[in-house]
Design a protein around this ligand. Sequence first.
Ligand code: UT7
Length: 334
Amino acid sequence: MYSSKIKGLGKYVPENIVTNKDLSEIMDTSDEWIQERTGIKERRHIKKGDGNSCAKMGVKAAKIAIERAEIDKDDIDLIVFATLSPDYYFPGSGVIVQDVLGIETCPAIDVRNQCSGFIYAISVADQFIKTGMYKNVLVIGSENHSGGLDMTTRGRNVSVIFGDGAGAAVLSRSEDDSKILSTHLHSQGQYSKELSLIGPSTQHWVPEIIAENPQENIPYYPYMDGQLVFKHAVVRFSEVINEGLDANDLKKEDINLLIPHQANLRISQFIQKKFQLSDDRVYNNIQRYGNTTAASIPIALTEAWEEGKVKKGDVIVLAAFGSGFTWGSCILKW
Ligand code: UT7
């Protein structure tokens, strides 16, 4: 059996910075509330006409990852694209990436696991490399949240949290001892509606939405029971990190760097305390980008690597929890 490793990383965020103060001018919120409850100071939003889309941001991040991996785009055997905000209802965004990158043909899979999307996508890529079927897999997490948020007071508990951006990783067959050690994935559909965007969908099509003419909880905007999600997140994050550590005979002291999905700084701090990790062993950047869902881990991992915080031989732990509910962890030796 082969092993896979991350050979190249890249990220892209739109130039347009939206501060908490900017939001407080269009809805009833405040910098104080947002920072105290989430840690977020600002996020990036695509600007109409700036040429970005979910797939196109993914391409920008991917180009950097491919260059750093020192491979050619035509060496890519598979694209795995994770998002909850694809360019189209169908087809998936992976095929757009394949086209814009100029790869004539290659398989492309879209993964729909929201905040856990990047962990799921890494796991899919890892399995294909382990079996020997593929050598180089391009994994992308990208989100264009701003295109679909309710930017009024009605939607403030969701819309202040989310931001746009993309991160990418090239996974390749490992020739040395750096490798993905394990991935662990979970879901619990019992809570599928607690963090969701119900319509338009085949279960809730546009005419029904218009006929119902709802004044509140409009189902074509995201809905979240924030407190319920928070309570489950802190439990599942801990469980799935421990599951990964146990499977690899590792202890919390062995973690060199934990990169949690950037959902809320309070969640990250809770996990940090639980695993008794010093500040330099946890990476957070939610302050600058908000929650970028499937893009949050690859953006954070790329920045940590660029800042020299990821070193050869380090044990890196990635973990996520979100809509589905879904959750997962990935432990890798750099
Ligand atoms: O990445 C996917 C997974 N997602 C998560 O992990 C998110 C988990 N949940 C959270 O991060 C938090 O629940 C939130 C940040 C979403 C909300 O924080 P909270 O401390 O749970 O606040 P809350 O929802 O209990 O709301 C408290 C108050 C309410 O007012 P009342 O009823 O006490 O008068 C809300 O209406 O804050 C109000 N509120 C706001 N006020 C100002 C809600 N959103 C806002 C806002 N600005 N943006």
